[in-house]
Design a protein around this ligand. Structure first.
Ligand SMILES: [Zn+2]
Length: 483
């Protein structure tokens, strides 16, 4: 799950206008960078000629459809920021922490609410402006304000996971490669078992190659795993001799050509999966959470606020690190992505502090980041607010159902996280030896002597901490570095 991008200066909603079914041109819409990102997040492609195309159906949006999409993102973002502020204000006086949290929401709040915050208005006044802002936006979502060319979200038009036979064949190959890679490791096998189908075999979500903001990303709205096209291209070209790279990159830069290439180069598929295995474990955890708990389904349906659930992230990050611990223990020489390894080492230092910091990072990066308890409370308040406005009962019924589904998930998550934290603590206790072996293997493989020396030093540190005298002796015997 990538954070919902909250735009700092979203396009102001224009008053109702005559219907406009001409093709949209995003270049003339004066979009902020944040809005462009948000549109991409809705699976829309902003093309060089100005067209805005649905990545799933390949259809170009009309001006009305683009306008509607922008309004939906803008109001959705403001509603979420207002609801978060409302939750903060409901907890009594604005202490320093509450004030800081409210300040962080400011870029996404309506102007009058942001101004009240700037003026250090009384709690009563802040609550009133917040409620008024929520009412204005509820008008939009209740359909009280009519917009021409209402359009369903882009992903709702794209139920198909694969656009053609070639993409579907590649999806099968990618899934096969993931199963093969993860099945070689005990923690990997555990991840696969959770995604087992009725026949007991792993039933991974469809895997598509498309533009994504990370090398891999689980899209809970389409329930597919996306492998980023640019990351796939980089992985493929890094596997050929340097002199051939540029020519190959030009030849297969278009998505159909990349798909065709991967379909006839199983070794490139295997190496793409191998170099991203830790990240894939993380994203597959999101796929499991989506099957296990109804929370993401409800968010996709509109029954719950679009939150980035930090409990789920902690679960995915911890499992990813347990996978790395297991990989290193069973085959210390195996390459591990450098960023993933850095995070793993940070977790080993102090698993509890690492989790607190992870939560803090998410809270700072995404205003919609929250735990399941906060989401429950926000939903409770949203229902009460809508009831007061005597909106359609059907809305309230759907939201109440969504809230009930949250209860069980929220009740179970703390037990799950406690078990994982205990496992991480145990892994940390026996992690030093394998890490020393890993850094020793990297050192002996390093092309430059200076890199080798630095890696040996790290290996020596871990070997020392492991208390394994034999291992320490082995590391020290390589201190000279051969090259
Ligand atoms: Zn995640």
């Amino acid at each position: 799950m990538s954070p919902l991008l909250l735009a700092a200066s979203l396009l102001a909603a224009a008053p109702a206008r005559a219907a406009d079914a001409r093709a949209a041109d995003w270049r003339r819409a004066g979009l902020s960078d944040a809005m462009k990102e948000a549109l991409r997040g809705e699976r829309l492609r902003l093309e060089d000629d100005g067209r805005v195309r649905d990545a799933g159906t390949n259809l170009a949006l009309t001006r009305d459809q683009l306008f509607e999409m922008i309004s939906r993102i803008k109001f959705g973002t403001q509603r979420l920021a207002l609801e978060r502020l409302d939750l903060i204000l409901s907890r009594g006086s604005l202490g320093p922490a509450g004030r800081a949290a409210a300040e962080a929401l400011k870029p996404n709040l309506p102007e009058d609410v942001a101004r009240s915050l700037d003026e250090y208005a009384s709690l009563g006044k802040l609550r009133r402006t917040t409620a008024a802002g929520m009412s204005r936006i509820a008008d939009y979502f209740d359909g009280a304000r009519s917009f021409p060319g209402r359009v369903r979200p882009s992903w709702a038009n794209a139920p198909r996971s694969y656009s053609d036979e070639s993409g579907s064949a590649l999806g099968r190959r990618l899934r096969g490669a993931v199963v093969k890679r993860l099945a070689a490791d005990p923690v990997g096998r555990r991840v696969l078992a959770r995604l087992a189908g009725a026949d007991g075999k792993p039933a991974l979500p469809p895997i598509v190659v498309e533009d994504a903001s990370d090398p891999a990303q689980y899209d809970y709205r389409r329930r597919v795993l996306i492998v980023d096209g640019a990351a796939a291209l980089a992985s493929v070209t890094s596997g050929v001799p340097p002199k051939d790279r540029a020519a190959l990159a030009t030849m297969i830069s278009a998505p159909p050509a990349l798909t065709a290439y991967l379909n006839v180069h199983p070794e490139a598929v295997a190496s793409l999966i191998a170099s991203n295995d830790a990240l894939l474990v993380h994203e597959l955890m999101h796929a499991w959470q989506d099957r296990r708990d109804p929370v993401m389904r409800e968010m996709a349906r509109g029954g719950l606020p679009l939150a980035l659930i930090v409990d789920y992230e902690v679960e995915a990050w911890t499992t990813k690190n347990l996978y790395i611990a297991s990989r290193l223990k069973n085959s210390p020489g195996v390459p591990v992505d450098i960023n993933e390894l850095r995070d793993y080492r940070r977790m080993l230092e102090d698993p509890a502090r690492w989790a607190v910091e992870l939560r803090r990072r998410y809270a700072a990066a995404a205003p919609n980041a929250m735990d399941l308890d906060d989401l429950q409370e926000m939903q409770r308040r949203r229902i009460a607010f809508i009831r007061e406005r005597t909106a359609r009962a059907a809305n309230v019924r759907a939201m109440t159902r969504a809230r009930r589904t949250l209860e069980a998930s929220a009740a179970a998550i703390s037990t799950r996280l406690a078990a994982l934290a205990a496992e991480a603590g145990r892994a940390a206790k026996s992690a030093e030896g394998p890490l020393a072996e890993h850094y020793l293997a990297l050192a002996l493989d390093a092309p430059r002597r200076v890199d080798c020396s630095a890696l040996i030093e790290t290996a020596e540190r871990y070997a020392g901490r492991s208390g394994d005298a034999e291992l320490l002796g082995k590391v020290r015997s390589h201190k000279g570095c051969p090259r």
